[in-house]
Design a protein around this ligand. Structure first.
Ligand code: CIR
Length: 258
């Protein structure tokens, strides 16, 4: 039975100051964000995930997007070096959490930058988005860290969205799903299924064909239900205003044993 452990990080008091990529600053309701986050965490728990809360990083408004601070392959946790300077203070708490769970820890070093949201694992293939947050040196360091562990690291240009996983994620059968207008090169993925909504491109695999998805993607959920999956929808509207998605609110650790 594979272990189902997930890191999460509670929204901090400065959540409303989180980075936004475009448009006017949205109004964020911190209390609503916290309620949405609690419902997200309860959904993970209801599907057998043991959740571990990373210590707060209250000076970092975007700390709730915990997936960006680390990427894990087998037993190795590569601590990110976030492309946005305001997010660099997020990593020490995440490092402590993964080490406590038994990971071997490695780091991305300057001049490399890498955000966990740019890393999509499909079996032993590790796609890494080279875009606004992850630079070429970060890609090289990811290759050097995970290649020797058996990963096949595939670099993917990302020019139309914040992170690779803002544009694509993968179904349990390995099919990559994405909202085509935001995907630079769909042909890089051996099996690619377009979905009709931007947030429909984001799925968290809960296990047993269940897919955690945003409530803002009902048509994509219908499409995936129609091919035999079981979407479980959660409202993460306050996080979507900050360019967040279901994937970046947790780090799923399938290969670590405490
Ligand atoms: C940021 O711009 O860094 C945050 N406001 C959103 C991060 C979302 N993370 C992700 O898509 N992996």
């Amino acid at each position: 039975m594979p272990s189902k452990k997930a890191l999460i990080r509670r929204p901090g008091p400065r959540i409303a100051e989180g980075l936004v990529s475009a448009g006017p600053r949205p109004h964020i309701d911190p209390a609503l964000a916290t309620r949405q986050w609690e419902a997200y965490v309860e959904t993970l728990a209801a599907h057998g995930w043991q959740t571990f809360e990373v210590e707060p990083a209250d000076d970092c408004p975007d700390a709730v997007f915990v997936e960006d601070a680390v990427t894990v392959f087998r037993n190795v946790a590569l601590i990110a070096r976030p492309g946005a300077a305001s997010r660099r203070g997020e990593t020490p708490g995440v490092e402590e959490a993964v080490a406590r769970l038994g990971a071997s820890v490695n780091w991305v070093w300057e001049p490399g930058t890498l955000d966990g949201g740019d890393v999509l694992k499909v079996g032993r293939t590790v796609y890494v988005g080279r875009g606004g947050r992850t630079n070429a040196d970060g890609v090289r360091q990811l290759r050097a860290a995970f290649g020797p562990l058996g990963a096949r690291v595939v670099a993917v240009p990302v020019t139309k969205a914040l992170h690779l996983k803002s544009t694509v994620t993968a179904l349990p059968d390995g099919t990559v799903i994405g909202y085509e207008p935001l995907v630079d090169h769909p042909s890089l993925f051996p099996r690619f299924l377009p979905v009709p909504e931007e947030s429909g491109a984001h799925v968290v695999l809960l296990g047993g064909g269940k897919l955690l998805m945003a409530a803002s993607a009902p048509k994509s959920a219908d499409l995936l239900a129609d091919v035999g999956f079981d979407p479980v929808l959660v409202d993460i509207g306050e996080f979507e205003k900050l360019d967040g998605c279901v994937t970046c609110l947790s780090v799923r650790l399938r290969d670590l044993y405490a």
